[in-house]
Design a protein. Structure first.
Length: 414
C-alpha cells in the first residue's frame, strides 16, 4: 500500500483523531497513489497513524477512513459505517421510511432527514439526505468518488430506498479535481419535485435545482421554534428560500409574514408551499395571516424597509454561507454585521431577532461578537435568550469541531 510520511512533529492532530491531513504536513509520498485510493499515513519515525483517502489536487491531501491499523478499507468497511450512521438516526427518528407527522418529539415529525453527514459519520466527503423513499447523495471528495458505485449500492441495500439522485455539484469538488455531476444514479424517479412532511406541514423539494440537496434539513427544529414564537406577531423572514420559516410562522399564528429572497423560483415554490398547507395569501380571503413574497436583495431590501419606517415583531435572518473558510471571515463579518444591525433597527421594542450563520469560517464565539457589535452600532440593548444549532441528524464528531457549522441566536430587543 502507498503511504504518506508526515514531517517531524506534524502528527499531533491525527493523534487527537482529527480526520484531515494537509499538504503542508507531508514530508514524502511513497508509491504513486491515484486519486481517491487508500494510503497509510505514518509519522516521521514510521509509526502508523491512520488509513486515509488520497487527494492529490486538494490542500487537504488525505482524509482519514480509519485510525485502526487492522481495519481494511473495503465494501464491508463502508457497509459497517453506513449501518452505524442509520443506527444513530433511529435514536431520534422512529422509522427510516415514513415517520408520521404527529408532533411532540423529533421521532415523529418528518420523513426527510440526513442519513450520512460526512466526517461526523466517519465517511468524509459523503452526504446523503433522505426524502421519503428517495435518497439524494453528494460526493464531495476524491475518496468517495473512488467508491461511488459501491456507496450507492450499499445505501440502497441498507435503506430499501427506491431511487438515488446525485447532487455532486458543490464548489468543493473543483478543489478535489472533480467535475460536477447531477442526475439519477439508481432506481426510478418519476419527478424531481418531491413532497415531504415536517411537524404536520408539507413542503415541496426540488432535488434537481434546489439549494444543497433541495432543502435545509438542518433547520428543521429551528423552523418549528420560530413557529412557536410567531403567534400574534408581524414576521420578516430574510433569505427565505422556499419559505420554511415563513410557513411555520404562519401556521403558528403570525399576524403577517413578509418573505424576502433574490430567487424568483424559490419564492414561487414558497407560495406553492403556502397553498399546499392551506395558508392563504391575503387576509381578505379569510386567512388569519397576511403573506407577502418579495424578490429583492436582502441588504438592499432591509435599507428600503428602514427608509420606509417599517418594523416587525420577529425577524429571521438565515443567510447563505458568507465565509466557507476562516480566510473569508473578515469580509463575511462585515456582511453579517450589516444585516444584523439593520434588523435590530427594524425590530419593535421587545421584538425578537432569530439570526443564523452557517459559515464554517466563523465560530460561535465570533458570531456572537458580530451580533453584539451590530446591536451596539444600532444603538439598542438586546439579550440572548436561546442558542440554536443544527438538528440531531447533522451530528458533530467530538474530534471534528468544524462539523458544528450552524450557529443561531435568539435575541430580544430591550
Amino acid at each position: 500500500m502507498a503511504s504518506i510520511i508526515l514531517k517531524l512533529e506534524r502528527e499531533k492532530s491525527l493523534l487527537r483523531r482529527h480526520p484531515w491531513v494537509f499538504s503542508g504536513a507531508i514530508g514524502q509520498v511513497n508509491g504513486n497513489p491515484a486519486s481517491g485510493t487508500t494510503v497509510d499515513v505514518r509519522a516521521a519515525d514510521g509509526a502508523f497513524l491512520a488509513r486515509a483517502a488520497y487527494s492529490p489536487s486538494s490542500q487537504i491531501r488525505a482524509r482519514v477512513w480509519s485510525f485502526d491499523p487492522d481495519e481494511v478499507i473495503d465494501v464491508d468497511f463502508f457497509r459497517r459505517r453506513i449501518s452505524a450512521a442509520l443506527a444513530r438516526r433511529t435514536i431520534f427518528f422512529s422509522s427510516l421510511h415514513f415517520p408520521q407527522a404527529n408532533g411532540g418529539s423529533e421521532g415523529g415529525v418528518t420523513d426527510a432527514f440526513r442519513l450520512v453527514h460526512a466526517e461526523s459519520d466517519r465517511i468524509p466527503g459523503l452526504v446523503v439526505d433522505r426524502y421519503g423513499d428517495v435518497l439524494v447523495m453528494q460526493i464531495l471528495t476524491a475518496g468517495c468518488e473512488f467508491w461511488r458505485e459501491t456507496l450507492a449500492d450499499l445505501l440502497l441495500e441498507a435503506t430499501g430506498a427506491t431511487a438515488i439522485y446525485e447532487r455532486s455539484d458543490a464548489d468543493v469538488r473543483e478543489l478535489e479535481g472533480l467535475q460536477p455531476r447531477v442526475g439519477l444514479l439508481r432506481g426510478v424517479l418519476p419527478t424531481t419535485r418531491l413532497t415531504i412532511n415536517e411537524y404536520g406541514l408539507k413542503f415541496l423539494v426540488d432535488i434537481e435545482h434546489g439549494h444543497k440537496t433541495g432543502f435545509y434539513l438542518d433547520q428543521r427544529a429551528n423552523r418549528n421554534r420560530v413557529g412557536q414564537l410567531a403567534a400574534g406577531r408581524d414576521v420578516l423572514n430574510c433569505f427565505c428560500y422556499t419559505g420554511g420559516f415563513s410557513i411555520h410562522a404562519a401556521r403558528g399564528g403570525a399576524k403577517s409574514v413578509v418573505s424576502v429572497d433574490t430567487s424568483a423560483d424559490a419564492l414561487a415554490i414558497g407560495q406553492e408551499n403556502a397553498a399546499l398547507n392551506g395558508i392563504q395569501v391575503d387576509v381578505s380571503t379569510g386567512s388569519t395571516t397576511s403573506l407577502e413574497w418579495l424578490e429583492a436583495d436582502v441588504f438592499t431590501g432591509l435599507r428600503k424597509f428602514r427608509d420606509q419606517n417599517r418594523s416587525w415583531d420577529l425577524i429571521v435572518l438565515d443567510p447563505p454561507k458568507f465565509a466557507p473558510t476562516a480566510a473569508q471571515a473578515e469580509k463575511a463579518a462585515r456582511g453579517y454585521k450589516d444585516i444584523n444591525r439593520l434588523a435590530f433597527k427594524l425590530l419593535r421594542p421587545g421584538g425578537i431577532l432569530v439570526t443564523f450563520s452557517c459559515s464554517g469560517g466563523i465560530d460561535a464565539a465570533l458570531f456572537q461578537k458580530i451580533v453584539a457589535s451590530a446591536a451596539l452600532d444600532a444603538g439598542v440593548e438586546a439579550q440572548i435568550v436561546e442558542t440554536l444549532t443544527q438538528g440531531p441528524d447533522h451530528p458533530v464528531s467530538i474530534h471534528f469541531p468544524e462539523g458544528a457549522y450552524l450557529k443561531g441566536l435568539v435575541c430580544v430587543k430591550g
